[in-house]
Design a protein around this ligand. Sequence first.
Ligand SMILES: [Mg+2]
Length: 103
Amino acid sequence: MGPAYTERGMAMSGGKMTGNARAMKMRKAEDAIDQIFRELGAAEEKHPGWPTDVVHATAIMVEEAGEAMQAALDAYYKRGDLEHLRQELAQTGAMCIRALVNL
Ligand SMILES: [Mg+2]
């Protein structure tokens, strides 16, 4: 008997992900991390300065999260572009990293 599939399409076997599903998930995670690092490099080049206080640093990350929320709303309610959402999420991740390394 082959693996069962969850509603999200993840292959499961006995409650555990199959090796193939795990490999696919890891590949997608690596792609996401690569995209976050590309966004981080682009942001550091475009805006080399970074706030010295945590409030303004965190505000930059939250601004990107707000843009991701808008892109999600557009994708969901207005048949918007998932690639735009992907980009805004990666920018949010990049700003999380930037805030963390500058703490
Ligand atoms: Mg953005």
